[in-house]
Design a protein around this ligand. Structure first.
Ligand code: PRP
Length: 209
């Protein structure tokens, strides 16, 4: 691969680790992506692929891509659904798989109408209940969402579940699956067109096409 360096925005943490085997197939050493202990650089150069990787907070990845400060990005469908970005989504990477669910206390199966819902995803939650003709009262919280039903803040939560352990340990149960979530490759629409064949190489690298 030659020509201009392509910029890829990725989330730090679990998703970055999950990308290691994907890029290893293209000959990238894990240390080139992950760095060594104590490595605080936020840019990782992968010259063998003509790629520059930006390390970001997960919620910020689509912002970099939408403004064109990154050509491509890796982000969860949860963030895309919640904020409604206009990004090209050429590949579902199949990593970071989890479910967006409605959960309540195990002893509270029936929700009042209207229900109060605690969530980090107010748009997804409101749309889910609106589709069923229910105008839920949605309370935005940043984390520890599971405390909502336990403390009386809310009747239910809309949140991500991966192993189910957090729900189980807080005596909550899944009542509905709102949607399946995974990480997708996203691209800035203008950059994708301008990059032409180079963009297709990146998509192939990530298992699309
Ligand atoms: C997420 C999510 C749940 C938990 C689910 O939170 O909001 O709380 O993971 O995972 P599990 O089903 O495997 O137990 P995260 O760990 O990202 O922390 P947060 O509450 O700060 O968002």
């Amino acid at each position: 691969m030659s020509e201009r360096v392509v910029t890829l925005a990725v989330p730090k943490g679990r998703v970055l680790k999950a990308l290691v085997p994907v890029l290893a197939r293209a000959g990238v050493a894990p240390s080139a992506l992950l760095g060594d202990d104590g490595d605080r650089r936020l840019v990782r150069e992968l010259p063998e692929l003509g790629l520059r990787v930006l390390l970001l907070k997960p919620d910020d990845v689509p912002t970099w891509v939408e403004y064109g400060a990154a050509d491509f990005g890796v982000c969860g469908r949860d963030v895309l659904l919640e904020r409604g970005y206009d990004l090209y989504q050429p590949v579902d990477l199949g990593i970071g798989r989890c479910q967006m669910v409605v959960a309540t206390r195990s002893d509270r199966e029936v929700l009042p109408d209207p229900p109060r819902i605690a969530t980090k995803y107010p748009r997804i939650a409101a749309a889910h209940f609106a589709k069923k003709g229910i105008q839920a009262e949605v309370i935005f919280v940043q984390g520890s969402v599971e405390l909502g039903p336990i403390t009386g803040l809310a009747d239910a939560i809309v949140d991500l579940v991966e192993t189910g352990e957090t729900l189980r340990q807080n005596d909550l149960v899944i009542r509905e699956v709102v949607t399946e979530i995974s990480s997708v490759l996203v691209a800035n629409r203008a950059a994708y067109k301008l990059l032409g064949a180079r963009a297709k190489q990146i998509v192939e690298l990530f298992g699309g096409l």
